[in-house]
Design a protein around this ligand. Structure first.
Ligand SMILES: NC(=O)c1ccc[n+]([C@@H]2O[C@H](COP(=O)([O-])OP(=O)(O)OC[C@H]3O[C@@H](n4cnc5c(N)ncnc54)[C@H](OP(=O)(O)O)[C@@H]3O)[C@@H](O)[C@H]2O)c1
Length: 315
C-alpha cells in the first residue's frame, strides 16, 4: 500500500510517498481503508522534530491524524465494528507512528466512530480533529447560551468551527482574523469582527466570558484585560506552564486558564453530527490534494494562512 511517511525529522529528510507492507490490526485495533484525511499543523510540526518530549515511538512515521473511510479488518477485542462499516475519527499523532496519510491505517477502536450516510468522507475527515478541538474549547470554557466569546484565529481550521459550535450553543461571538476574511467569518455566524492587522490588541473590547486562543498568541496581560473576572481562557497550544502552574493559579486568579488536549469522545462526535444535521455547522474546505501531492498541502499549511481546512484524498 502507499503511505506518505518520513525517516528523519531533519529538514533534508522530508516525507515522501512510499510503497510499504499492508499493516495488520493489533489487539483492540481496527484496520481502516482511508478515503480522505486532512492536514493539521501538528502533523508537520511533529515531522519537523517539535514536541520531542511528547512524541512516542520511533521512525519511520506516516503523517496524518484524522480520517474517514471504511473498515477492512478487526483485531481481537475491537468489538462493535465490522468490515465495510463507514467510520471516521482521528489517531493520536504523538503516540502512533502509523498515521492516516496511508491507504490502510490501524486505529484503536476507541478512536473510531460510525459515519452516517449523510456525511461525506471528505467533510468527515476535515471535521474530526478541529471539530473535537472546537467542542473541547467550548467545554473547558463552559460556553453556554448567552456567553460572550472571543475567537482568536477565527478563519483557520479550529477557529472557523469553534465560531460555529459556540454560536450553536447560543453564545455571542467576536471573531478575530485578517480583514480579507471578514465576510467568511460573518457568514459562519460571528456577531462582531476584529481585523487584527488594523486594530491593535490594546483596542479590542473587554469583558468577555471566554477567549478561545486558536493562533495562539495572546500574552497573559492581554488575557487579563480581555476577560471579565471569573472568566475563562483556553489555548490550543498548551505549554508546560499550562499544565503545571495553571491548575494552581486557577484556584486564586481572576482568569481561569485551560489547555486543549483532544481525546476521543462519542458525546463530542454526536454534538458535531447534530450541528451538521441541523445545518448550524459545516467545515469549509479550502482545497483538496491527492495523496501524491500531500507535500503541497503541507507547504500551504505552513504558510499559516489556510482558510478552513485542507483535505488529502487518499483512495
Ligand atoms: N491542542 C490540540 O489538541 C490542537 C488541536 C488542533 C490544533 N491545535 C493547534 O492550534 C493551532 C491552530 O490550528 P488550526 O488547525 O486552526 O491552524 P490553521 O488552520 O493553520 O490556522 C490558520 C489560520 O490562522 C489565522 N491566523 C494566523 N495568524 C493570525 C493572527 N495573528 N491572528 C488571528 N488569526 C491568525 C489565519 O487567518 P488570517 O489569514 O486571517 O490571518 C489562518 O486562517 C495550531 O497551533 C495547532 O497546532 C491544537
Amino acid at each position: 500500500m502507499r503511505a506518505f511517511r518520513y525517516h528523519s525529522t531533519a529538514a533534508t529528510g522530508g516525507p515522501r510517498l512510499e510503497e510499504v507492507p499492508a499493516p495488520v490490526p493489533g489487539d483492540g485495533e481496527v484496520l481502516v481503508r482511508v478515503h480522505c484525511a486532512s492536514l493539521n499543523p501538528v502533523d508537520w510540526k511533529i515531522a519537523a522534530g517539535k514536541f520531542r518530549l511528547l512524541v512516542k515511538g520511533g521512525l519511520p512515521r506516516t503523517m496524518g491524524s484524522d480520517f474517514a473511510g471504511e473498515v477492512v479488518a478487526v483485531g481481537a477485542g475491537a468489538d462493535g465494528f465490522g468490515p465495510g462499516d463507514r467510520v471516521w475519527g482521528f489517531i493520536d499523532p504523538f503516540k502512533r507512528t502509523q498515521g492516516t496519510f496511508a491507504e490502510l491505517c490501524p486505529v484503536p477502536s476507541d478512536y473510531l466512530f460510525a459515519l452516517p450516510d449523510d456525511l461525506t468522507y471528505r467533510d468527515a475527515a476535515a471535521l474530526a480533529c478541529v471539530g473535537t478541538t472546537a467542542v473541547t474549547l467550548c467545554d473547558l470554557t463552559r460556553t453556554v447560551s448567552g456567553s460572550r466569546v472571543l475567537v482568536n484565529g477565527a478563519a483557520g481550521g479550529v477557529g472557523h468551527v469553534a465560531v460555529q459550535v459556540a454560536k450553536a450553543r447560543g453564545a455571542r461571538v467576536t471573531a478575530v482574523a485578517s480583514g480579507a476574511r471578514e465576510e467568511f467569518v460573518r457568514a459562519l455566524g460571528a456577531d462582531e469582527f476584529i481585523d487584527y492587522r488594523r486594530s491593535p490588541v490594546g483596542e479590542w473590547p473587554s469583558g468577555f466570558d471566554a477567549v478561545f486562543d486558536c493562533v495562539p498568541n495572546l500574552p497573559r496581560r492581554v488575557q487579563r484585560r480581555l476577560i471579565r473576572s471569573g472568566g475563562q481562557y483556553a489555548t490550543t497550544l498548551p505549554d508546560a506552564l499550562t499544565f503545571l502552574l495553571d491548575p494552581l493559579t486557577n484556584a486564586v486568579g481572576r482568569v481561569h486558564r485551560h489547555g486543549v488536549m483532544i481525546g476521543p469522545s462519542r458525546r463530542i462526535m454526536d454534538e458535531l453530527l447534530e450541528g451538521f444535521r441541523s445545518r448550524q455547522l459545516h467545515c469549509h474546505i479550502e482545497a483538496e490534494y491527492p495523496l501524491e501531492r500531500a507535500a503541497e498541502a503541507i507547504a500551504r499549511s505552513r504558510s499559516g494562512r489556510v482558510q478552513g481546512k485542507l483535505v488529502v484524498r487518499v483512495g
